[in-house]
Design a protein around this ligand. Structure first.
Ligand SMILES: [Zn+2]
Ligand SMILES: [Zn+2]
Length: 275
């Protein structure tokens, strides 16, 4: 134990106890390609005692457990779009969260699921396909579709959905989270567009997908150079590059750094950043 480090932490708690940090944990930094060390898209954002989860791809429930977060500890889920690598694990989550072990309903707070247009239908389709019945009596589940620019607020946080361009696929959204004077942005899957830039504007931390290895085609995804350009022009203070194709992992940061002059890292599963 480093005594000085411990003392400093104690001092911060005493003198800055009112300052509320957001803490990001990357649960899934991968793409839809199966990899042992990179799960599908999911990010945990702790704001005070609240647990917000952005996207819920394959592996999310297990990754949350590694963080000590069980299914009943989640306050709100924000889905960017209905591609399976961003939401497929909702099926097993909803089974345990809504049907639950018969005699122990461990959740003591309402569950909120947010997303762009189409999320309500998707959640109900999952429940119908897997025969999931909502047996819960101690809490309510709210599924809410947010329009472009619409905000929801919780204890100490405000989240805004911004529609982004993930063509030709489907409706997709980025999210901008504000808590006290800090801003966190998550791109979802997107090309360079106004929605992405509005989400990232002056962000303390932005996590941006960079799934496009080809500079010439748009393909509904960001190239390294574009991610760097958007982060630079949006004045992002710290950048995390995520959702990178396995064959682009080695070179992506080199491309990002051609445009972005700030602090940048490549996302890894279970990476943690205090905002
Ligand atoms: Zn997608
Ligand atoms: Zn994706």
């Amino acid at each position: 134990v480093d005594f000085r480090c411990g003392f400093r932490t104690l001092a911060i708690i005493i003198f800055e106890g009112v300052v509320l940090n957001m803490e990001l944990t990357v649960l899934g930094s991968g793409t839809y390609i199966p990899e042992l060390n990179r799960h599908c898209a999911s990010y945990l954002l702790k704001v005070g005692s609240q647990n917000l989860v952005f996207d819920f791809g394959r592996g999310t429930v297990g990754q949350l457990l590694k963080e000590g977060i069980n299914y009943y500890d989640i306050d709100a889920i924000f889905i960017t779009h209905t591609h399976a690598d961003h939401c497929s694990e909702l099926s097993s989550f909803l089974q345990i969260a809504l049907e639950g072990p018969p005699l122990e309903n461990l959740r003591n707070k309402d569950l909120k699921i947010y997303g762009p247009v189409g999320i309500d239908k998707m959640v109900h389709n999952i429940m119908s396909a897997f025969g999931i019945v909502d047996n819960t009596v101690k809490f309510k589940t709210e599924i809410k579709e947010l329009k472009d620019g619409e905000c929801v607020e919780g204890e100490d946080w405000k989240v805004k959905l911004l529609e982004v361009e993930h063509k030709p696929s489907r409706v997709c959204s980025a999210y901008r989270v504000e808590s006290e004077n800090k801003v966190f942005a998550y791109s979802g899957d997107t090309e360079d567009c106004d929605g992405l830039r509005n989400a990232c504007k002056e962000a303390d931390l932005a996590i941006i997908e960079t799934n496009n290895t080809n500079d010439k085609e748009k393909q509904g995804h960001m190239t390294g150079k574009l991610t760097g350009k958007v982060a630079q022009e949006s004045n992002v203070k710290k950048l995390v590059v995520t959702h990178v194709s396995p064959d682009y992992l080695e070179n992506v940061l080199e491309d990002v750094k051609k445009e972005y002059k700030g602090s940048v890292v490549l996302a890894e599963d279970m990476m943690k950043i205090v905002i």
